[in-house]
Design a protein around this ligand. Structure first.
Ligand SMILES: Cc1cc2nc3c(=O)[nH]c(=O)nc-3n(C[C@H](O)[C@H](O)[C@H](O)COP(=O)(O)OP(=O)(O)OC[C@H]3O[C@@H](n4cnc5c(N)ncnc54)[C@H](O)[C@@H]3O)c2cc1C
Length: 368
């Protein structure tokens, strides 16, 4: 299908976007026997390959000493992912590497008694366990192990990329009533159902399509990347607040640091110096002086909420043939697919003869 070719091909279901939302949905649709075609310029680009890969079970959101809306919605996700990773889940992710089977929660000494009691309570039984600190932390540090796995996002995207029916391309606009989709190369296709899983690209796509809702919000982060002599660590470092001070994950030997450091770093003109000093203060027994630091600016793209608060649940909105879908967290992609799959057309269409997209780069694949 090229510019100038006037035959409009038809597809039953078109997924726009090759992040985790689109790829998980496409794999579920394929497993359910639906005709599904996914289009994206590169797989994993946008947020997914820049995420930390933590399959949250909600414990991070329980730092206020109670289970919040977020922690309840997300509770079932680690097991669904673990089943898929073990090869007996809703999709087969048995070739995906588990970076870590758990995430640690390390107390920066001032966790409130209320939260400590809550961690030991029945509500979190089986999800939080007190453990001996790793060798590089002082022996008196309080460390909890959360039953929240961390996936290697590169192998995740590589695995999902094997699902048939994925093509390279950029969608310029869609027509909600007719289902006509115009690609950036000028070619057109017609889709019975269109699922927009385009992350931050959703806003432009909706504008081009003449839709003013749903509204999108961006929550910016400046992530800290460390390369050098670093132990492998997957941990939230928490203090007395309700959000982790730093969330550290390890990817190909690089540290990737989010949490408050990344939220507050957005407006810091001396970010690398300040953030690395802060991290050194949080982990005084580690020598971080030989580490080279860099920054990654990235927006979380989500449905707009009041006061730009973090949304707790996956989000979908349908107008005509178009459904917009934001998972709001990588971990929630299975829950998003549960909501979207019933909207799929059961019509049959042949896969389009598109070339496969490449995988997007990560800071560690690009620099390694
Ligand atoms: C720094 C960071 C860390 C995070 N860590 C975690 C974590 O540890 N755990 C967790 O659960 N969540 C985490 N998240 C959230 C999670 O990454 C996102 O919720 C999730 O990746 C969103 O997936 P998505 O597929 O909706 O969007 P994206 O991953 O952004 O993918 C969007 C896709 O759409 C494509 N696209 C865009 N426009 C078009 C167009 N016009 N035509 C065709 N294709 C288009 C893009 O190329 C891309 O393939 C993190 C987010 C950030 C930013």
């Amino acid at each position: 299908m090229h510019k100038g070719d006037h035959t409009i091909q038809t597809v039953a279901n078109l997924i726009v976007g090759g992040g985790i939302a689109g790829l998980w949905l496409h794999a579920r649709a394929h497993a359910a026997g639906h005709s599904s075609q996914l289009i994206a310029p590169a797989l994993g680009g946008g947020q997914t390959l820049l995420s930390q890969g933590i399959i949250h079970g909600g414990t991070k959101y329980a730092l206020s000493g109670a289970l919040t809306g977020a922690s309840e919605a997300i509770k079932a996700m680690p097991q669904r992912w673990l089943d898929a990773l073990a090869g007996h889940g809703e999709i087969d992710l048995s070739d995906v590497q588990l970076a870590s089977s758990h995430q640690l929660m390390v107390h920066n000494d001032s966790l409130s008694g209320k939260v400590t009691q809550f961690f030991a309570s029945k509500a979190l039984r089986g999800r939080v366990e007190s453990v001996t600190p790793p060798a590089f932390l002082p022996a008196n540090t309080r460390v909890y192990q959360l039953s929240e796995p961390v996936v290697d996002t590169e192998s995740l995207i590589r695995s999902l990329a094997k699902t048939p029916g994925i093509g390279a391309g950029v969608v310029e606009k869609t027509e909600p009533e007719s289902g006509i989709v115009t690609l950036a190369d000028g070619s057109k296709i017609q889709a019975e159902k269109i699922f927009i899983c385009a992350g931050e690209g959703t806003e432009d796509l909706l504008t081009q399509s003449g839709l003013i809702t749903p509204k999108m919000q961006r929550r910016p982060l400046r992530m800290l990347v460390g390369q050098g002599p670093l132990p492998e660590l997957w941990a939230h470092i928490v203090g007395s607040g309700t959000k982790p001070l730093a969330t550290i994950t390890t990817h190909n030997g690089f540290w990737y640091v989010g949490g408050n450091i990344a939220e507050q770093g957005v407006n810091d003109s001396d970010f690398l110096s300040n953030a690395s000093k802060q991290l050194q203060q949080l982990l005084p027994s580690l020598d971080l002086s030989q580490v080279t630091w860099s920054a990654v600016d990235i927006n979380r793209a989500e449905p707009a909420t009041e006061n730009a608060a973090r949304p707790d649940n996956p989000f979908i909105s349908t107008q005509g043939r178009i459904t917009v879908a934001w998972p709001t967290k990588l971990a929630l992609s299975p829950a998003l697919a549960d909501q979207v799959l019933p909207l799929f057309s059961t019509a049959h269409s042949e896969p389009l003869p598109w070339a496969a997209p490449d995988l997007a780069l990560t800071p560690w694949s690009a620099n390694a």
